[in-house]
Design a protein around this ligand. Sequence first.
Ligand SMILES: Nc1ncnc2c1ncn2[C@@H]1O[C@H](COP(=O)(O)OP(=O)(O)OP(=O)(O)O)[C@@H](O)[C@H]1O
Ligand SMILES: Nc1nc2c(ncn2[C@@H]2O[C@H](COP(=O)(O)O)[C@@H](O)[C@H]2O)c(=O)[nH]1
Length: 205
Amino acid sequence: MNKGLLIVLSGPSGVGKGTVCTELRQRHKDLVYSVSATTRVPRAGEVDGVNYFFKSKDQFLDMIARDALLEHAEYVGNYYGTPRDFVERTLASGKDIILEIEVQGALKVKEKFPQGVFIFLVPPSLDELKDRITGRGTENSDVIDHRMSVAVEEMNLIRYYDYAVVNDQIDSACYRIQSIITAEHCRKDRFIADLETMKEATEKA
Ligand SMILES: Nc1ncnc2c1ncn2[C@@H]1O[C@H](COP(=O)(O)OP(=O)(O)OP(=O)(O)O)[C@@H](O)[C@H]1O
Ligand SMILES: Nc1nc2c(ncn2[C@@H]2O[C@H](COP(=O)(O)O)[C@@H](O)[C@H]2O)c(=O)[nH]1
């Protein structure tokens, strides 16, 4: 059986990763979402184990020491990381999994899983990006300025991704990502791998 696809959805803060990911999961009930660990304090309405696994700094450092994270990064004063075991088990079961993570972490995942599908979500403009982060109303103006300055740096790293998708309209962005996932499922190397497994099974029988 083919392993599932590891899909990384990345891009600057406020571009709409969370919004697009939620919509994709509505459309594809079998798409598994990787819940990250973070030391950030929960926002109003965020639930532990659903939005994030909220950790103290010591707990997070312990996860790093136990090699329990596939990747981690420090982003605007907090740690964020992807629990490794859940990703590996999901892929082995043949299901697709989506990671919604920032750029440093995405590039670390790419080193370990070059066969993953790396998608950069692009804002229609930097002004629109700032309007979106501000309009969300979850960060103060210092944090927004910090996230915007990081965003400019992150945009320079698009070249390391497989795809760039503009999030102009949520529906159009989701449609483009759905098309990418469909195309990636049809890559010939996935079938060649299956063929090899089939041949081995036939030879053994
Ligand atoms: N296509 C869009 N058009 C207009 N507004 C959008 C669009 N996509 C998302 N938004 C809005 O932009 C704001 C930021 O979206 P969201 O929280 O999904 O971004 P994010 O990339 O996940 O941010 P972060 O990385 O900080 O978690 C939200 O208020 C959301 O409703
Ligand atoms: N490298 C990682 N980045 C992550 C992970 N989970 C979320 N994120 C990204 O962090 C920023 C800030 O998130 P916020 O919830 O505080 O707005 C954003 O870009 C997220 O996508 C992770 O496991 N690893």
